[in-house]
Design a binder for this molecule. Structure first.
Ligand code: SF4
Length: 247
């Protein structure tokens, strides 16, 4: 947007759940340096209490793919409240190769535009743009493919293993949210205590390695990130995820 539509006075927004990784906040600072202007941080209006407050309101039910109150309370509502009744054009970074619509507002004063879809920009193009700009990739890309809350239930098992390795304190905090006796776990089918067993971690990493090898054998990598197995067009987990949460 900065380079292609310099005539527009774009305001850049980030809905802050206060549960993001340190690497995400660092990446925002890099983007701000490139943009030459600050990114407006929106939160649920409850500051640091955001997620924990809403968790209590929702009866301590952890959010899940079929009950994603977190997205509404921590992302959509803060954004729509901020916009109010002003007529705005919302530029959404959904790529041309993604099979999802992204956030579509029900408010008539918000008009969504999808510039990547319109210009046919796919993941390799996005990676190239990031590399060319000097902004590069977020540090977490070496073990995690998306931004979002550190405990996001959309992350893959191997990303949970990465969280344990890179942020053991956050992994422990995520564990503390779980109520395994009531069946509230972040990851499907197992608690984080079960997932953290060394033999289980080894199994998860081995499966991920095999998956990446099979994907790589089917096609040649098109850029550095794919060569290192950081992202994969053929990774089925890439096709799921929060409509608004993930950068
Ligand atoms: S990143 Fe995940 S946990 Fe956080 S608000 Fe989005 S969907 Fe919910």
């Amino acid at each position: 947007m900065r380079d292609k539509r310099p005539e527009l006075d774009v305001e850049y927004l980030f809905c802050d759940t206060h549960k993001e990784l340190r690497e995400t906040y660092e990446y925002l600072a890099r983007i701000e340096a490139y943009l030459g202007k600050p990114i407006t941080r929106l939160s649920s209006g409850l500051g640091e209490r955001g997620f924990d407050h809403w968790l209590k309101v929702y009866g301590n039910y952890l959010p899940a793919p079929n009950m994603r109150w977190c997205t509404r309370k921590l992302k959509i509502e803060p954004f729509e409240d901020y916009v109010g009744d002003t007529s705005v054009t919302l530029y959404v970074g959904i790529r041309a190769d993604e099979q999802r619509e992204g956030y579509i507002s029900t408010k008539p004063n918000i008009t969504p535009v999808f510039p990547f879809k319109e210009d046919g920009i796919t993941k390799p193009d996005v990676l190239r743009i990031r590399e060319a700009s000097g902004v590069g990739l977020p540090e977490y890309y070496s073990w995690r493919s998306r931004s979002g809350c550190y405990f996001c239930f959309f992350q893959r098992k191997v990303e949970w293993a990465g969280l344990k390795e890179h942020h053991p304190d956050l992994f422990q905090k995520a564990k503390d949210y779980e109520k395994t006796d009531e069946g509230f776990t972040w990851a499907k089918g197992e608690s984080l205590s079960e997932l953290a067993r060394p033999e289980r971690i080894a199994q998860i990493k081995e499966r991920d390695r095999t998956r990446k090898e099979q994907a790589a054998a089917r096609r040649k990598p098109r850029n550095l990130a794919e060569a290192f197995g950081v992202v994969s067009e053929e990774d089925p987990d890439e096709q799921i995820g929060c409509l608004i949460c993930h950068l």
